[in-house]
Design a protein around this ligand. Structure first.
Ligand code: ATP
Ligand code: MG
Ligand code: MG
Ligand code: MG
Length: 562
């Protein structure tokens, strides 16, 4: 590609609103432009990298028999109502109306769409298992879109959904996916770890996240320095604090920051808790105490949350009133008794209870919280202590370390969470109707691109790894007005292209300084410079990552490319 014919708007200055390296460089090197908060255009170079990321993902999905489909972004509300997510997904779901005032969601994820697709078509166990995947734009109205492509409101995701007749079959595909993800992130050149994530079940064996280790990561992972043990501790915030005495409650109150929350924040908070847990929020709305149960009890949640939203005045309930109220409410939920399981944020702030959550913790091992009665008997709790850096890891094979991570992938055994409410059933070998057993597997394609960008750069710009670089070679005649240089550049351009190299040919009439600065910024693996010594048939090669330069005869060029 001739640089004069493409569109690479590089910037010398660091854009003011870009806080992290990848975002700054993607803007400066002319890979992306922001349209509005969390919404980006991919310019020619950005689009090329994106395509390379997609190809690697696509290849590895196909290795494990995933087949690609393309599904609508515009999804009728009725589908989301079937699973209750229309009411429970919260403000992250973009909602739109058509001209007939019918409600739609912009696809934040596609479980509903794909389950509805298959339930009409796959009716026999003979057609299972089946793994379908998509590489598409997803829409999420993130509370804090930031760090460029890392957290967009419109972003590209590979999502895969698998359908099975048995749990064993799901287990097998899940393992295949794990391997495929490991292959993908290895091929992408990322420094990553697969971590146990929260699934609401002890041991968290049903879901894994793939985390790129990075200072700017928004997740915290605990890992062992000498074994494969690694877990997300994201649930720290909503994990259970057990409070068994007034004294401990007082201590807790002191460590938590008092805060008032808006209804929107509360609705968002509801979204931070995984499907399986039951959570209680208590509000004082129009002078009435209202308990909102989430997830585990959709019906109550919907009616009561609406009541809260409709109220004229809403404030957080007083802790003592809450305590009294919950003592009777919680009794109906299970064996857990108050005050165990209550997290008190502060006076007059949100009170909530989470049960059934134990983060990424192994039985008996807790980074921040625990569920008394489930993870350990209530009598034992006196011995409970939270893990700190340097403690032995739960597998006993190393010591615990903490690190920041960027979540680039997430695989999940869904089971029948979607197939049951949506009536996604098939006939088994005995002619009996059974719900599909499902899995889902996401990779943030555009986020991955930013994660690679974050990892591969220096003070001058990008240093793309070969497999993702938008072009293989940056061909730069220093002075296009010099007949010898211009001619040799044209000749080498043709030659390299004939050998299937992707070449960016800087044929612009710019000064050498501008061309070199742009080349460093764009960061292709090899720069081929045609300068003064062109008349002697000598050109210069510069390897971007190593920073080395060598002069060679132009005839040696192809050889040096190997
Ligand atoms: P996060 O915890 O970062 O909000 P998530 O857990 O909500 O991500 P999933 O629903 O698991 O995301 O989606 C699958 C993948 O999509 C994630 O692992 C991540 O790589 C990517 N992803 C999610 N949200 C965004 C976003 N706003 N911008 C870019 N990529 C995203
Ligand atoms: Mg999210
Ligand atoms: Mg997450
Ligand atoms: Mg996730």
């Amino acid at each position: 590609m001739k640089q004069s014919l493409t569109f690479i708007p590089t910037l010398r200055e660091v854009p003011a609103d870009a806080d992290v390296k990848s975002h700054q460089l993607l803007l400066r090197a002319g890979f992306i432009r922001q349209n509005t908060s969390g919404v980006y255009s991919f310019l020619p170079l950005g689009k090329k990298v994106l395509q390379k990321v997609e190809s690697i993902i696509r290849e590895e999905m196909e290795v494990i028999n995933g087949v690609e489909v393309f599904m609508p972004a515009l999804q009728q509300a009725e589908l989301w109502q079937e699973t209750g997510r229309w009411y429970n997904y919260g403000p992250e779901l973009f909602r739109v109306k058509d001209r007939h005032e019918r409600d739609f969601a912009l696809g934040a994820t596609h479980e509903e769409v794909i389950t509805s697709l298959l339930r009409d078509e796959i009716k026999s166990y003979k057609k299972l298992p089946l793994t379908l995947f998509q590489i598409q734009t997803k829409f999420r109205d993130e509370k804090r879109p930031r760090f460029g492509l890392l957290r967009g409101r419109e972003f590209i995701m590979k999502d895969a959904y698998s359908f099975h007749a048995s749990k064993e079959s799901l287990d097998a595909t899940y393992e295949d996916m794990k391997q495929a993800y490991t292959n993908i992130f290895t091929r992408l050149g990322l420094n990553f770890r697969s971590v146990i994530a929260d699934s609401g079940s002890i041991g968290g064996k049903d879901t894994h996240e793939f985390m790129v280790l990075s200072e700017i990561g928004e997740d915290t992972i605990a890992y062992s320095d000498s074994s494969n043990y690694a877990a997300n501790i994201e649930m720290a915030e909503v994990n259970i604090q057990y409070v068994d005495s007034e004294e401990k409650q007082e201590t807790l109150k002191k460590v938590e920051t008092p805060e008032q929350k808006t209804i929107q924040e509360v609705a968002e908070f509801l979204e931070t808790v995984p499907e399986k847990c039951i959570k209680t929020l208590v509000f004082k709305a129009d002078d009435e105490l209202i308990v909102v149960l989430s997830r585990g009890d959709h019906e109550i949640n919907d009616i009561k949350l609406k009541k809260v939203l409709d109220a004229q005045t809403v404030e957080m309930a007083d802790p003592l009133e809450v305590k009294e109220l919950l003592q009777c409410e919680i009794g109906s939920l299970g064996p857990i008794k108050l005050p165990i399981g209550v997290k008190v944020l502060a006076d007059h702030a949100v009170k909530y209870i989470v049960n059934g959550v134990c983060g990424a913790n192994e039985k008996g091992w807790h980074y921040t919280g625990a569920n008394p009665g489930r993870d350990f008997s209530v009598d034992e709790y006196a011995d409970l202590r939270f893990i700190v850096e340097g403690d032995p890891s739960p597998d006993g094979m190393g010591t615990v370390k903490f690190a920041k991570g960027i979540e680039v992938g997430h695989i999940f055994k869904l089971g029948t969470t979607y197939s049951i409410p949506m009536d996604g059933t098939f006939l088994d070998e005995n002619g009996k109707s059974q719900p599909y057993i499902m899995g889902c597997y996401g990779i943030g394609v555009s986020r991955v691109m930013a994660a690679v960008a974050e990892q591969y750069n220096d003070d001058y710009g990008f240093m793309w790894p070969n497999q993702l670089s938008p072009y293989d070679i940056h061909l730069i005649p220093v002075n296009m007005k010099d007949e010898t240089q211009a001619q040799m550049a044209e000749e080498l351009y043709k030659l390299l292209k004939s050998y299937r190299y992707e070449v960016l040919f800087d044929d612009r009439a710019e000064r050498a300084g501008v061309k070199f600065a742009d080349a460093d910024l764009i960061g292709l693996p090899i720069r081929v410079t045609i300068g003064k010594r062109a008349s002697e048939g000598i050109i210069e090669l510069k390897y971007r990552q190593a920073g080395e330069t060598v002069e060679v005869q132009k005839e040696e060029l192809l050889e040096k490319m190997q």
